[in-house]
Design a protein around this ligand. Structure first.
Ligand code: MD3
Ligand code: FE
Length: 206
């Protein structure tokens, strides 16, 4: 089943099977290893993000992309399997041909207390949809509007295995994660907390 939550924002609950979820969790553990592994993101205003992050393909530093990580190590490659996954995700969510090549992924890890404030994703130089995959604990996801970081917004729960694609007018909507629901990860996944994988087209020259 798929639900268009807003124009261009399509939710496909339970899209990833149990095996695919397990494989992705294992891959995330590998990507988290240093150098160029999972790190804490510091914002220019002196803030600290509570979700830890690892980047593939391009390294996100508020508010631009770079090829090197904070410790100067080269960013990890964007694996071709994730390009295939992005194509399959777009086929599942939309009845339209695939977009330009996806070349990067951001992996966010949330423990029970982590959150993400309302923001827009504006660093990419491409209007290709963002593909989001959720693993582990359920979160409350706040999907807002394109004008302000405040109301009107809709709160919905994202569960392990859910696919959410944000394209068209939803590509620039404010969004955030106000809450994690601890202990809700599927038994057998072997994950405490929540992982979110976003696949993106940077629109930047290789
Ligand atoms: C709507 N991640 O990585 S996933 C992010 O759960 C991010 O870690 C959240 O916001 C997370 O930037 C939310 C859903 C999501 C991801 C990217 C979007 C929604 C989006 C980009 C544009 C519009
Ligand atoms: Fe975002």
């Amino acid at each position: 089943s798929r639900t268009e939550v807003a124009p261009g924002a399509v939710l496909v609950p339970d899209w990833l099977g149990a095996d695919e979820q397990r494989d992705l969790v294992a891959a995330c553990r590998d990507w988290a290893r240093h150098p160029a592994g999972m790190r804490t993101v510091h914002t220019p205003g002196g803030g600290t993000m509570t979700a830890k992050q690892v980047c593939l393909g391009w390294h996100w530093r508020p508010y631009r992309y770079s090829r090197t990580t904070d410790d100067g190590a080269p960013v990890k490659a964007f694996p071709p399997e994730l390009g295939d996954l992005a194509r399959r995700a777009l086929a599942a969510a939309y009845d339209e041909p695939p977009r330009p090549a996806y070349d990067m992924a951001l992996v966010n890890f949330y423990d029970a207390e982590a959150r993400m404030g309302m923001h827009q994703d504006r660093e990419e130089r491409s209007d290709a949809p963002v593909v989001s995959l959720s693993l582990g604990d359920t979160c409350v996801f706040r999907f807002g509007n394109t004008e302000t970081r405040t109301r009107p917004y809709t709160d919905l729960e994202l569960r392990s295995g859910d696919l959410f694609v944000f394209g068209g007018p939803s590509r620039l909507a404010f969004h955030g994660v106000p809450r994690i629901l601890p202990g809700t990860a599927p038994a057998g996944l072997g994950l405490t907390g929540r992982l979110n994988l976003t696949l993106r087209a940077s629109g930047l020259d290789p």
